[in-house]
Each structure stands twice: as structure tokens, then as C-alpha cells.
Design a protein around this ligand. Structure first.
Ligand SMILES: NC(=O)c1ccc[n+]([C@@H]2O[C@H](COP(=O)([O-])OP(=O)(O)OC[C@H]3O[C@@H](n4cnc5c(N)ncnc54)[C@H](O)[C@@H]3O)[C@@H](O)[C@H]2O)c1
Length: 264
């Protein structure tokens, strides 16, 4: 997600500093960005070299006008990052999170600029999908929300605003659907292909819920269900045991080569 976000921001003419704590991760992201930009260039998109020249790898947080955080879906990791960002970025900078479900209010609370903390939730694959869910924490100012709405529009996206309740709007609706599909598989109601075909042809979805879960990452799906479960205190949001089992086995979806399906 971080690479996809860097790509669309750089394509809009802005300079981007990209950081990942794991060595080689940014290099891999730059490779994915180049392949995506080459495909887009065939359809009249910007010159890949020109866009990539605006992206540089940095070894840690650096001063900037805006941070868009897209690290693992773990509240403690994100809070630690927001604390450090608050120390490093200038006080007027906006600190945004691409989190799928972690309360923005809890990220704003660890900073000295809670009114300049906001959710900027992109969708996968970022260069293709138009939606940006702009999530306002309790503390987010009108100016901050307006700045992120304007930025999303400048990136060629369509912003939609939501308040900071568990799963916001998108994952409150999507993730129980994915979880229920995993239950249907676990209970032997149908094979994965049949479950996905039913959703694709029956509901006119571009991909079925199990293929989508593989794209999102099964670890991320479990993490989001846990946030919904804890946030609402309702057992209907408990992550499906089959999802947990796959994650424990390292079957995380596309990124690990196997989830509900196998990938070359
Ligand atoms: N996968 C999706 O479809 C999707 C969609 C929308 C939002 N999101 C959100 O985006 C975020 C990232 O998701 P992803 O699927 O790209 O996850 P991912 O596991 O593919 O990537 C996370 C990256 O963060 C890096 N990282 C972890 N801790 C770090 C730290 N402290 N500092 C710097 N880098 C660190 C990891 O090395 C890894 O490369 C999550 O919050 C997720 O909920 C994901």
C-alpha cells in the first residue's frame, strides 16, 4: 500500500520520501511502481522515469509537509510511529494514516497536534481504485479534513468522509462479508471457486470475497475483524477460526504466495 500511495502522490508532481524498516522493501516497492507506471504509460500516463525521479528512499522519518503512514495494521506500532513523526515533522505538518480500522482518535491522542491527525484510507490497488475514505478523529480540525479532501481530489481520487467508528464505513461493511465467506468455506458449504463465483456473478462484484481477502492479506483481515470485535463488543465480529488458522500457518494471501488460493 505504501508503494501504491507513493506512486499516485509522485504522479501528481509532488516529491515523496519513502521509508520501510525492512531492508529491501522500498526497492521491491519501486519495482512494482515501475511495472505499474509502464502499464499506465501505455494508456497515456506519465513517463515512469519522470515519476520515479520524484521518489527517494529515506532511512527513517524526515521533515515533510505530510506523512501518510502505511505500516502493519498494529495499534502499538502505529502509535510509536506517530509519536516519532510528531517529534520529526514540522508542527504545521499533517500526519495521516492509511489504516483500515485502527481508531484515528487513538493515533491523534499520542501527538501534540491532534487536530492535524486524520485518516487517509486508500484502496488496493491504489493506482487503479478511485476511493479515498477520509476519516475524521474526534480531534481532527475542519481545516485538516478539508486539506486531505482537496489532496485526494488533486491525486485524481474521489474522497468520501467518515467518522472514526470501528472499521469506519468501508471495512465495517466489507470485512464481515469476507469473514462470512471464510465461515462458508470452513463449514463446507462450498469450494472457494464456487463461493467467489457466486459473489462475482450474483452480486456483480469484480472479484469474490476469498480472492479479495488474499489480495488484502489474511493477517490484515484478521486484524480488522479484531478491531471490529473489540470496538463493538459484539461476538458477530469474531474472526473466523479458518482465517486465524491460515495466518498461523503463514498463508497470508498473495504476499506469501498462498492464502485461499495458490499464487505463482
Ligand atoms: N492491503 C490492503 O488491501 C489495504 C487496503 C487499505 C489499507 N490498508 C492498510 O495499509 C497498511 C499497510 O497494509 P499492507 O497491506 O501494505 O501491509 P504489508 O504488511 O504488505 O506492508 C506493511 C509494511 O510496513 C513495514 N513496517 C512495519 N513496521 C514499520 C515501521 N515501524 N516503520 C516502517 N515500516 C514498517 C513492513 O516492513 C511492511 O513492508 C495497514 O494499516 C492496512 O490496514 C491495507
Amino acid at each position: 500500500m505504501g508503494g501504491g500511495i507513493a506512486q499516485v502522490v509522485a504522479a501528481s508532481g509532488r516529491r515523496v520520501s519513502l521509508h520501510d524498516e525492512v531492508a529491501g522493501a522500498v526497492e521491491r516497492a519501486l519495482g512494482t511502481m515501475r511495472r505499474s507506471l509502464e502499464k499506465l504509460a501505455e494508456k497515456g500516463g506519465a513517463e515512469p522515469d519522470e515519476v520515479l525521479a520524484r521518489v527517494s528512499e529515506v532511512d527513517g522519518l524526515v521533515p515533510a509537509d505530510l506523512m501518510i503512514e502505511a505500516v502493519v495494521e498494529d495499534a502499538e506500532v502505529k502509535q510509536g510511529l506517530f509519536r516519532r513523526a510528531d517529534e520529526t515533522l514540522p508542527p504545521e505538518a499533517i500526519l495521516a494514516s492509511n489504516t483500515s480500522s485502527i481508531p484515528i482518535t487513538s493515533l491523534a491522542a499520542v501527538t501534540a497536534r491532534p487536530e492535524r491527525v486524520v485518516g487517509m484510507h486508500f484502496f488496493n490497488p491504489v493506482p487503479v481504485l478511485k476511493l479515498v475514505e477520509v476519516v475524521r478523529a474526534v480531534q481532527t480540525s475542519d481545516e485538516t479534513a478539508a486539506a486531505i479532501v482537496a489532496l485526494a481530489e488533486q491525486l485524481g481520487k474521489v474522497p468520501a468522509e467518515a467518522r472514526d467508528f470501528p472499521g469506519f464505513v468501508s471495512n465495517r461493511i466489507l470485512m464481515p462479508f469476507v469473514n462470512e465467506a471464510a465461515y462458508a468455506l470452513m463449514e463446507g458449504v462450498a469450494e472457494p471457486d464456487a463461493i467467489d463465483t457466486i459473489a462475482k456473478l450474483g452480486f456483480a462484484h469484480p472479484m469474490g470475497p476469498l480472492a479479495l481477502a488474499d489480495l488484502i492479506g489474511l493477517d490484515t483481515c484478521v486484524a480488522i475483524m479484531e478491531v471490529l470485535h473489540e470496538g463493538f463488543g459484539d461476538p458477530k465480529y469474531a474472526p473466523c477460526p479458518l482465517l486465524r488458522q491460515y495466518v498461523a500457518a503463514g498463508r497470508l494471501g498473495r504476499k506469501s504466495g498462498r492464502g485461499f488460493y495458490e499464487y505463482a
